[in-house]
Design a binder for this molecule. Structure first.
Ligand SMILES: Nc1ncnc2c1ncn2[C@@H]1O[C@H](COP(=O)(O)OP(=O)(O)OP(=O)(O)O)[C@@H](O)[C@H]1O
Length: 292
């Protein structure tokens, strides 16, 4: 059955385009849906968390078949957490900075193609995961990636160019951190919990990740010499990251990590300063219906 009723949730703080064009985007989306013979409403979010309230209400009332996150992975996260275990589907129009989940799912990146795809494609049921109870859908982690997420969140402007600048700056001042996993101490550059394969912008941290296998791909990067940074970056952006002296993978349903101090983590690129040194990450199999 093709979905007929669409609620578009537009985040005016995603990427670079929506900041200027959220109002006209909302009008255009409703028009396009009407032209396609569909029922639709577009709402611009008023604050962080608003998208979750809208999605949760849609799931509870079943007034909408699909709630569409119009934005990046942060918006996808907010909408998706309101739809967990509901018959209502998540849709994605990737207008953020990284768009990791959309890219993993093969959703087109141009607006008109993504909208056409959204109206035509079926839905599939995928896994989600939690980090200390906080749902995530793409990738969560600690170390360098969390530091980049924090610096990025502090920038007045989003977008790919900001990501590149912030990542390079972070690489210069980031210090590795010590963690304990299963009674073993390790020094890490980063530790990533991948439900989907990439952070966004085609940075593939776990090219083999499968959204429907009931597992997380845990990627540990240990501190590496400067010369290896170039090779690592090349592999990351060519989907070629693989086990090496500095990189290892584990395919797990859950993992507990301990840190000496409460640490900074990220979930789907959103920074989060924990108030505990214990990090529990778990897969939640088959928990989200998504149009892809
Ligand atoms: N009305 C709003 N006002 C302020 N912040 C908002 C609002 N609605 C959503 N947000 C927040 O905006 C942030 C950025 O959104 P999002 O992640 O979609 O964009 P992005 O960071 O540019 O893209 P990506 O995550 O793909 O890199 C998220 O943290 C989200 O919670």
């Amino acid at each position: 059955m093709v979905d007929k009723r669409y609620l578009f949730v537009v985040n005016p703080h995603s990427g670079t385009k929506l900041r200027r064009e959220a109002d006209s985007m909302a009008v255009w989306l409703e028009q396009q849906a009407r032209k396609a013979g569909l029922t639709a409403k577009a709402i611009i979010t008023r604050a962080r968390g608003h998208a979750t309230d809208l999605a949760a209400e849609a799931a509870a009332t079943q007034k909408w078949d699909t709630v569409v996150a119009v934005g990046g992975d942060g918006t996808v996260n907010e909408v998706a957490r309101g739809l967990l275990f509901a018959p209502t589907s998540l849709g994605i129009l990737p207008l953020g900075s990284g768009n990791g989940l959309a890219r993993h799912l093969g959703i087109p990146l141009t607006l008109s193609a993504a909208l056409h795809h959204l109206f035509e494609c079926p839905s599939v049921v995928i896994d989600s995961a939690t980090l200390n109870g906080q749902p995530f859908f793409c990738v969560a982690g600690l170390g360098f990636d969390a530091y980049v997420g924090q610096l990025f969140g502090q920038q007045p402007r989003r977008g790919l160019d900001t990501y590149v600048r912030v990542s390079m700056q972070a690489y210069l001042d980031y210090l590795p951190q010590r963690i304990r996993v299963a009674g073993r101490d390790t020094e890490i550059f980063s530790l990533s919990f991948a439900n989907a394969g990439q952070f966004g912008n085609n940075a593939w941290v776990a090219p083999h990740a499968d959204l429907t296998d009931g597992r997380l791909e845990v990627c540990t990067v240990t501190p590496f010499p400067k010369w290896y940074g170039t090779a690592l970056t090349f592999q990351l952006f060519t989907k070629g990251l693989k086990p090496s002296t500095y990189i290892s993978y584990q395919s797990l349903r859950e993992i507990t990590v301990e840190t000496e101090q409460p640490t900074l983590v990220h979930y789907d690129g959103e920074p989060w300063q924990l108030d505990t040194g214990r990090i529990e990450v778990k897969i939640v199999p088959k928990s989200l219906r998504v149009k892809a």
